[in-house]
Design a protein around this ligand. Structure first.
Ligand code: NAD
Length: 292
C-alpha cells in the first residue's frame, strides 16, 4: 500500500501539489493556517488536521511547503512540531525554498529523532504545481531519494538528486537567480518596445520563438501584456530567495554582479508596497526608472 502522507503548508503551491497526491491514490492529511485551504483539501478527498502534531503522528512521509526558513524551523522544532510528534523512521521531505544551511541543520536534527530528511525545493510555479510538471531538486541520501521518487513523480516531471543535504536548496537558489535576471531582462525589453511604439504582443510572440525565448517569457507574457500582477510567485518570496542566493554566493566567493542589481530592484519594489504582487511586477520597477 502507498505510504501515508502528512502535508504541512497548503498555499499557492501546497494546495495543488497535495491534491495531486490525493489524485494519485495517496491518503493525505494536511495542516495549514487558513481554514479555507483545509476545507479545500477535504473537498478534494484529503483529511484536514487540527494541528501539525495530529497531521504527522502516524504519517510515513511528511511533506512541508511553507514560505521560508523561519516557518520551516517553527513547524519542525516547535512543541507541536514535526520532530516531537512524528514517528521514528518517517521520511521528512521539505519542499519549501529555504537557506541550504537550514536544510543541513534540519537533516541533522531529524536524524537525532530517527527521521530521515530530504530537501526537495521545486521550480515551475503555480502552473507547474497544478499540472504536476515541476522540476524537483533534491538534496540528501540516495536511499531516501529512491523511496521518495514515486511520490515526487506524482508532483513533477524532472526529478534530480543533486547531492548531499542542502544541495537541492543550493540549486534552487541558482534557479531563482536565473528567473529573476530573466524577468528583469524581459521587463526591460517590454518597456523599451512599448516606448518604441511596437506592437507588444507581436514582438513577444516572435521573441518567444527565437534565442530570446524562455519559459519565463512564455509564462509571464500575459502578465506583461495585461499588467496582471496577481501572484503566482510573490515579490516577497523572491526577495527572500535573492537574499539566500546572495548570501550563499558570498560564502563560496562567487560574484553575482547582475543578480545583486536585480536583488536591489526586487527589494525596492517590496519597499514600495508591492511585495504581494507577482514577480513579473519587476516591470513596474523598470517603468518607474523610465519615468512612467
Ligand atoms: P504561500 O504563502 O501561498 O503558502 C504558504 C503556506 O504555508 C500557507 O498556506 C500557510 O498557511 C502555510 N504556513 C505558514 N506557516 C505555517 C505554520 N507555522 N504551520 C502551518 N502552515 C504554515 O506560499 P507558496 O507560494 O505556496 O510558496 C511556498 C514555498 O514554495 C516557498 O518557499 C516558495 O518560495 C516556494 N515556491 C513557490 C513557487 C510559486 O510559484 N508560488 C514556486 C516554487 C517554489
Amino acid at each position: 500500500t502507498l505510504p501515508k502522507i502528512a502535508w504541512i503548508g497548503l498555499g499557492i503551491m501546497g494546495s495543488p501539489m497535495s491534491e495531486n497526491l490525493v489524485k494519485a491514490g495517496y491518503r493525505v492529511t494536511g495542516f495549514t493556517l487558513e481554514q479555507e485551504k483545509l476545507d479545500r483539501l477535504s473537498a478534494a478527498g484529503g483529511t484536514a488536521a487540527g494541528s501539525i502534531a495530529e497531521a504527522v503522528r502516524d504519517a510515513d512521509v511528511i511533506v512541508t511547503m511553507v514560505p521560508a526558513s523561519p516557518q520551516v524551523e517553527a513547524i519542525a522544532y516547535g512543541p507541536d512540531g514535526i520532530l516531537e510528534n512524528a514517528r521514528p523512521g518517517a521520511l521528512l521531505v521539505d519542499m519549501s525554498s529555504i537557506t541550504p544551511q537550514t536544510s543541513v541543520d534540519l537533516a541533522k536534527a531529524g536524524k537525532g529523532k530517527g527521521l530521515r530528511v530530504l530537501d526537495a525545493p521545486v521550480s515551475g510555479g503555480e502552473a507547474g504545481a497544478v499540472e504536476a510538471v515541476l522540476s524537483i531538486m533534491v538534496g540528501g541520501e540516495q536511499a531516501d531519494f529512491d523511496e521518495a521518487r514515486p511520490l515526487l513523480e506524482a508532483l513533477g516531471k524532472t526529478i534530480v538528486l543533486c547531492g548531499p543535504h542542502g544541495s537541492g536548496q543550493t540549486v534552487k537558489a541558482a534557479n531563482q537567480l536565473i528567473v529573476a535576471v530573466n524577468i528583469q531582462a524581459c521587463a526591460e525589453a517590454v518597456v523599451f518596445l512599448e516606448k518604441s511604439g511596437v506592437d507588444l504582443k507581436a514582438a513577444l510572440d516572435v521573441l518567444g520563438g527565437g534565442l530570446a525565448g524562455s519559459t519565463v517569457l512564455t509564462r509571464k507574457k500575459d502578465n506583461f501584456l495585461g499588467r496582471d500582477f496577481k501572484p503566482g510567485f510573490r515579490i516577497d518570496l523572491h526577495h527572500k530567495d535573492m537574499g539566500i542566493v546572495t548570501d550563499a554566493a558570498r560564502t563560496v566567493g562567487a560574484a553575482l554582479p547582475v543578480g545583486a542589481v536585480v536583488a536591489q530592484l526586487v527589494a525596492s519594489l517590496r519597499a514600495q508596497g508591492d511585495g504581494g504582487l507577482d514577480h513579473s511586477a519587476l516591470l513596474r520597477a523598470v517603468e518607474r526608472l523610465s519615468g512612467d
